[in-house]
Design a protein around this ligand. Structure first.
Ligand code: KIV
Length: 271
């Protein structure tokens, strides 16, 4: 007797097919089981355990300090939550730049220990040998071009990238290389919409934008930003889909008030 297991989980092949079908791809970051469960139940296509966890979860100024161990720890919770979405884990700064062997070793370790479906890493031609090696080893890779926050010290800030023709041409060239190497998708961060459209039309893999206009095959945002949990951060590309900072502060304020005036817990809330 054969047992048929229905698999409704997203795969990299299904993500590729969505571009072919002209179906937009929705991706959000997630860093813990509880929120990832809600985002997954809402029907997101891809859950990205971004190294933005360094800022959002750990309170660092940049993405640079977070480690492979910390990314694996966070990703395990998100993987347990994902019933439908594809789970992608960011490779942190320093885990793939030293040499290609170390890069592949870290990519395999992240895949094995966290249970994620794919990894993402920042850069173009300069990290191509590592990307090729990973894909040959069976690790699905998502590329990331444009504003690559792990290079903030080189860029000197988080401004718009590829405004000038030379950088725009390099970005297009890098995107073609990543596509040819077999990346199943590419994130484009904070670049002019026209350039993102050119890249999207040129490469065969899906292009997922953040601050890269509406012509991309999909969009990604940092969950805490789009939920309005961080009012200090409002770049032009960000839309607040909720105002949870106010909700959280309101609820906590009410809790404090009721503890202080002894109205919580009441009789019904006591044993
Ligand atoms: O780390 C992250 O959150 C990201 C997204 C902004 C794409 O890389």
């Amino acid at each position: 007797m054969s047992v048929h297991v229905q698999n409704s989980r997203m795969t990299t092949a299904k993500i590729r097919q969505m571009k072919v079908n002209g179906e937009k791809i929705a991706m959000l970051t997630s860093y813990d089981f509880t929120l990832a469960s809600l985002v997954d139940e809402a029907g997101i296509d891809i859950l990205l355990v971004g190294d933005s966890a360094s800022n959002v979860v750990c309170g660092n100024q940049t993405t640079l300090p977070i480690t492979v161990d910390e990314m694996i720890f966070l990703t395990k919770g998100v993987v347990r939550a994902a019933q439908h979405a594809l789970v992608v884990c960011d490779m942190p700064f320093g885990s793939y730049q030293i040499n290609e062997d170390e890069a592949v070793r870290n990519a395999i370790r992240i895949l094995k220990e966290s249970g994620c479906d794919a990894i993402k890493l920042e850069g173009g031609e300069e990290i191509l040998p590592a990307i090729r090696h990973m894909i040959q080893a069976g690790v699905p890779v998502m590329g990331h071009l444009g504003l690559t926050p792990q290079s903030v010290n080189q860029f000197g800030g988080y401004g718009l990238r590829a405004k000038e023709e030379t950088e725009a041409e390099k970005l297009l060239h890098d995107a073609k290389l990543l596509d040819e190497a077999g990346c199943f998708s590419i994130v484009l961060e904070k670049i002019p919409a026209g350039l993102a459209e050119r890249v999207t039309k040129t490469v065969s893999c899906p292009v997922i934008g953040i601050g890269a206009g509406n012509a991309c095959d999909g969009q990604v945002l940092v969950l805490h930003d789009m939920l309005g949990l961080n009012h200090g951060f409002k770049p032009k590309f960000l839309r607040y889909f909720a105002q949870l900072a106010d909700e959280v502060k309101g609820a906590v304020g009410e809790y404090i008030r009721t503890v202080k005036d002894s109205s919580f817990p009441n009789k019904e809330e006591s044993y």
